[in-house]
Design a protein around this ligand. Structure first.
Ligand code: THU
Length: 128
């Protein structure tokens, strides 16, 4: 499957601009290519009750499921400058559920298989 990384990067930057981050002032945007060709996106959404704020990846996963599901093929996450951002630990787990070890994740060193970001991950296979 062809991956248009520039298009994904632009989608992540576009949605990052919609982030609601009045407390941290740290906007995050994320965009993924799904195996049926569609692109899903998410941005962080904070809360006056700080601890319940949602990471950008939470929004992306919710959007993936709400729009029909599928497997994540490639993902780009950016900070407020549009630079590639490393996802937090919880969000690595969320992404792993739907992308597995093979999903490609953009880093400053280029796209890497997700297994390099979350080695020996716990996932659906472990429940069998
Ligand atoms: N954040 C994300 O949206 N995704 C990550 O992977 C890292 C952190 C958000 C949470 C919070 O709104 C802000 O970045 C600062 O931590």
């Amino acid at each position: 499957m062809n991956i248009d990384w520039d298009k994904l990067h632009k989608a992540a930057i576009d949605v990052m601009k919609n982030a609601y981050a009045p407390y941290s002032n740290f906007k995050v945007g994320v965009a993924s290519l799904v195996d049926d060709g569609r692109i899903v996106v998410g941005c962080n959404s904070e809360n006056a009750s700080y601890g319940v704020g949602l990471c950008a990846e939470c929004g992306l996963i919710s959007s993936l499921t709400a729009s029909g599901g599928g497997r994540l093929v490639a993902t780009v996450c950016v900070d407020g400058n549009g630079d590639f951002l490393s996802p937090c630990g919880r969000c690595r787990q969320l992404l792993f559920e739907h992308g597995g070890n093979e999903m490609l994740f953009m880093t400053p060193d280029g796209p890497k298989p997700f297994s390099t970001l979350l080695p020996w991950a716990f996932g659906p296979e472990d429940l069998k």
